[in-house]
Design a protein around this ligand. Structure first.
Ligand code: GLA
Length: 388
């Protein structure tokens, strides 16, 4: 659905003229479960967007509708529910509540949302919806916030309202992504650098069709385990505030002082941070096979040390090996289902997609969706607002 079509639907629903704001989903090339450890990540925005059409209301009501779901949600902002409803509107409502507590929620709004990002696939459909909603609601106030502040506000909405203790990666890249680039982000300082991705390669994203559910306990449990690791390590090294601050040698020296499972989690994060910096360097120097090796190492570590892969993800990763044009691949996002990301030579991408789909189907009986993507613009680059 184009922004123009969404606007037309909006006029039919609300008898008002909207503006349309858009923000993309993302794929993470490497740096998994490092963001909430103050570490490094290397995601790209992808060309699937959440679009939010918005118009102001004279009252303080928020009326939220979707093109995909029949439910209609009407809230009075002055006594909106302070807990999630367990529905898609939580992401919009959470953002509206955060904006209000930051002093921006004075106007009522009609909102119609349309999401292109596959839901539950680990491609950040929720971050896309949050960022597009924030831009839409802010526009009614005539207010502009720096993009990084918008990303943080959306993360807070997901942490506090939706209850998933996600890091900053998804919202940040949804704001700051850039066509033909990955975003090398330092999740502590929020300093970032754009790393060119050559057009000789495609990001082939393979959806296992196994849904992942972030507010499910495993994600939050991994965070707690990392915090336990920091607590133990900081007894010996008081300057350590997050796993970002830990070197491989320090961790090895403390192996005996922590439960084996905590050690494994910490080892993944410490090594994954290193891999992110190395991957950015390999992209810069044109060493694509080197990137491929690092992606494979990342997957193994997520499978064996961090234990967030699953049978279907492992099968999808294995299905790519040996296919023409394949450079490297790994699970992407939080894990427990969702997608793998494969770096594939552009000329081979179509044939690769067909081959990986049939290998996966043979082994699992599930027919996967495959998306051939290139790094796309984030919400901050040109597409903040569609003219309708
Ligand atoms: C999810 C979260 C991110 C990040 C990844 C794992 O996508 O939203 O913040 O933690 O998992 O890297």
């Amino acid at each position: 659905m184009t922004p123009q079509e969404l606007a037309e639907l909006f006029r039919q629903n609300f008898q008002a003229q909207p503006e349309v704001f858009s923000a993309p989903g993302r794929v993470n090339l490497i740096g998994e479960h490092t963001d909430y450890n103050d570490g490094f990540v290397l995601p790209s925005a992808i060309g699937f967007y959440a679009h939010v059409a918005v118009s102001a209301r004279a009252d303080k009501k928020l009326s939220i509708r979707s093109t995909e779901f029949p439910d209609v949600y009407d809230f009075d902002l002055r006594n909106a529910p302070m807990k999630k409803l367990g529905a898609w509107c939580d992401y919009v409502l959470g953002v509206a509540i955060e904006l209000a507590s930051a002093g921006f929620g004075t106007t009522g709004a009609n909102l119609l949302v349309h999401g292109e990002v596959p839901i539950g696939a680990g491609l950040s459909s929720s971050a896309a919806l949050e960022v597009a909603s924030a831009l839409a609601l802010l526009s009614l106030e005539g207010a502009e916030l720096p993009l990084s502040a918008i990303a943080k506000l959306c993360q807070k909405a997901e942490n506090e309202f939706v209850g998933a203790r996600v890091g900053i990666m998804d919202q940040f890249v949804s704001c700051h992504g850039r066509e033909a680039h990955a975003v090398l982000l330092d999740c502590r300082s929020l300093g970032y650098e754009l790393v060119p991705i050559p057009d000789t390669v495609k990001l082939v994203i393979s959806n296992t069709m196994v849904k992942h559910e972030l507010s499910g306990g495993e994600y939050n449990l991994r965070r707690e385990q990392c915090e336990q690791g920091v607590e133990i390590l900081s007894r010996s090294y008081p300057h350590i505030k997050a796993l970002r601050d830990v070197t491989g040698a320090q961790l090895a020296a403390q192996e005996e002082s922590m439960p084996a499972v905590i050690y494994k989690r910490c080892l993944h994060v410490v090594q994954e941070n290193e891999r992110v910096l190395q991957t950015a360097e390999r992209f810069r120097s044109g060493d694509l096979p080197g990137v491929g090796r690092l992606m494979r190492d990342s997957h193994q570590s997520l499978r064996d040390l961090y234990e967030v892969s699953c049978r279907e993800l492992d099968i999808m990763v294995e299905a790519a090996e040996g296919l023409p044009g394949f450079i490297g691949g790994r699970m992407t996002g939080g894990g427990f289902g969702g997608c793998t990301v494969n770096l594939v030579r552009t000329g081979n991408a179509e044939a690769f997609s067909q081959a990986i789909a049939s290998h996966y189907q043979e082994k699992t009986g599930i027919f996967p969706d495959i998306y051939i993507c290139s790094p796309a613009h984030g919400a901050g680059a040109e597409l903040k607002k569609a003219v309708v």
